[in-house]
Design a protein around this ligand. Sequence first.
Ligand code: ADP
Ligand code: ZN
Length: 225
Amino acid sequence: MMRIVLLGPPGSGKGTQASAIQDRRHIPHLASGDLLRAHVADNTGLGRRAKPYMDRGDLVPDELILDMMAERLAQPDTQRGYALDGFPRTVAQAEALHRRLLGLGQRLDAVIYLRTPEAELLRRLSGRRICPNCNAIYHQDTMPPKREGICDRCDSPLVQREDEQPDVVRNRLRVYAEQTDPLLDYYRAQDLLHEVDATIGVDRVLAEIDRVVDTASKQTAKDQT
Ligand code: ADP
Ligand code: ZN
């Protein structure tokens, strides 16, 4: 049983790591960005309200996010714990999560912060290309398609996600610094924060996270006895 939060700027690799945690620990990876994009794709009321914020790289208002996450966290697969990715993203969201957990007699086990320099974030985010047809993901530097701008799998022309256009990327990083960076102090004060250098390579980052999660789960087991 583990409740983990992955914290880090856009491009820090939260999604990759959270999905690796899902596979290794058998707890669901809950990504607020993926949930939002699913609402947009399904054209739900929430999706229609959230889309303009997402396209600009601004945060979706807290009350919309809190309703969406409350619904997701109420589903039975979260009983065994979860790895949160992209939520909480403001102090108000973190406080709401805290109240919810308190009400259930639960708490978080660890908050993992993927520390990444800004230049690296810009490079990672602006080089990403996706296939609108089959959702394959490429990167101009690290995983280029065989033919420039064309999907290897289905020959469709690759595109840049709306929120990965350069202006929007800069806005997302600014919004992160203003609204999400304060969470570091918030979780540090609760003694939950673990920092991992996100530039040492995907596998080594995962090994570091494994170590942190193992330590945290031993601590939780001890606290329960
Ligand atoms: P990234 O972390 O790379 O910015 P995400 O896929 O997590 O990407 O989020 C994409 C967009 O969805 C964000 O730019 C924001 O508009 C919105 N979003 C996701 N999670 C939240 C959240 N917890 N609070 C507010 N907005 C959010
Ligand atoms: Zn494709």
